[in-house]
Design a binder for this molecule. Structure first.
Ligand code: BGC
Length: 424
């Protein structure tokens, strides 16, 4: 049914769960700054405490163990390792991830580490952040430090999480940190992240024998309308969301028509061989011809589907379509590095169970059609700090009471546990 060695997992990210932002010698990140600016986050929430995972990681590892997952995807907070984004490793920061990794291994859970899930050290932002090429080199150095510390125990590396979202939401629309709204002028941040990815791959290869991937958020395009202009808009969106952050990694260069600050040798660095593609999937996107000249497309809400509490359409067959398309386009092994939904209900959460069972079935169908999918990670184990939505949107298999930090597994936690057990 699922291939031998298929990895069932769950995912989190440092800023969304750790809290303890002033402990262990951690420096400030752009999300500390952004979340403390008024009007940025729903209810003025911040990640200062989040799920207090920094102090409660043992309890959280017990929850992972009870779930029976093969693997746990977490991210390493760059400002815990390098408080100012450069220089030697901060021993206390490294020690936290050392403890976490060892606790996972003791429970037989593979540590899957993401190096960058959006919490750029503020000191690097002050020097231009991802608009600066230098940030790519700092990222390579940071990857080398993490590889040296954890390279013997991390089982799968993920360099960047969703560089598309960093470029588009962080630098084009300004809804995420660092809050820049520069529309298409944000594109250099895409190139610099990918350059950083390539440098990080090279650094990790020198430190670890484990496979390396990247987690991209992909979205199948649904063209709304049947004019040539609508179809051209669909192709432009597809290039930006589904191709820009994949093709240069595979030595295929950038999609045509994008202006990027590429220097000689960059494309070779970016094309450092990787072992798989990471796919984060939430929903397809409706696209039609642009109504302004700011972007080459309009994004249209898809109707006719059930919606999560985020207002995102529930379209499990979109995951089959995505995985089979990526297989046809690139023919690489893939991991579904995130899949999940926001529903508040607890302890019973039938909508999440329906969502997840539909999506694992969609993966099974994609595999039956020939896609080489090697793992599936639910976003997320815990309710957590959902970026611009603060604590308002809940993605957890486990409910978190943010006043008391009490964790209560939802029915979906038991469903996923039993489902995983049933595949053995
Ligand atoms: C991100 C997560 C986020 C999730 C739900 C993904 O885009 O990687 O950090 O919480 O989507 O919005």
């Amino acid at each position: 049914m699922f291939p031998q060695g298929f990895k069932w997992g769950v995912s989190t990210a440092a800023y969304q769960i750790e809290g303890a932002v002033d402990e262990g010698g951690r420096g400030r990140s752009i999300w500390d700054t952004f979340s403390h600016e008024s009007g940025r986050i729903t209810n003025g929430d911040t990640g200062d405490v989040a799920c207090d995972h920094y102090h409660r990681y043992r309890e959280d590892v017990e929850l992972l163990s009870g779930l029976g997952v093969d693997a746990y995807r977490f991210s390493i907070a760059w400002p815990r390792i390098q408080p100012d984004g450069k220089g030697p490793a901060n021993a206390e920061g490294v020690a936290f991830y050392d403890r976490l990794v060892d606790a996972l291994l003791e429970r037989g859970i593979d540590p899957v580490a993401t190096l960058f899930h959006w919490d750029l050290p503020q000191a690097l932002q002050d020097e231009g952040g991802w608009f600066s090429r230098e940030t790519a080199y700092r990222f390579g150095e940071y990857a080398d430090l993490v590889g040296a510390a954890l390279g013997d125990r991390v089982k799968l590396w993920i360099t960047l999480n969703e560089p598309f979202v960093v470029t588009v939401y962080g630098h084009a629309f300004g809804m995420h940190a660092p809050g820049e709204a520069r529309m298409l002028d944000a594109l250099p941040t895409a190139h610099h992240q990918l350059l950083g990815h390539g440098l990080a791959v090279a650094a990790l290869r020198g430190r670890s024998a484990s496979p390396i991937t990247i987690a991209n958020n992909h979205s199948p395009v649904r063209v709304i309308g049947d004019s040539d202009a609508d179809r051209a808009a669909g192709a432009a969106f597809d290039a930006l969301q589904n191709r820009l952050f994949v093709e240069p990694l595979l030595g295929l260069g950038y999609p045509e028509g994008l202006q990027l600050p590429v220097r000689e040798g960059d494309l070779d660095i970016i094309a450092a061989p990787i072992d798989a593609l990471g796919v984060n999937y939430y929903n397809p996107t409706g696209i039609s011809a642009p109504s302004t000249d700011e972007l080459p497309f309009d994004m249209v809400v898809l109707d006719g589907y059930p919606m999560t509490e985020f207002g995102w359409p529930v379209v499990p067959e979109g995951l089959t379509e995505l995985l089979t398309d990526l297989h046809t386009r690139y023919g690489r092994p893939m991991y579904v590095t995130e899949s999940g939904c926001a529903y508040e209900a607890w302890p019973e959460d039938p909508d999440r169970i329906a969502y997840l069972s539909g999506h694992v079935e969609a993966v099974r169908t994609a595999i039956a059609k020939g896609a080489d999918v090697r793992g599936y990670f639910v976003w997320s184990i815990l309710d957590n700090f959902e970026w611009a939505e603060g604590y308002d949107k809940r993605f957890g298999l486990v409910h978190v009471d943010f006043d008391t930090q009490v964790r209560t597994p939802r029915a979906s936690y038991r469903w996923y546990r039993d489902f995983i057990a049933g595949t053995r």
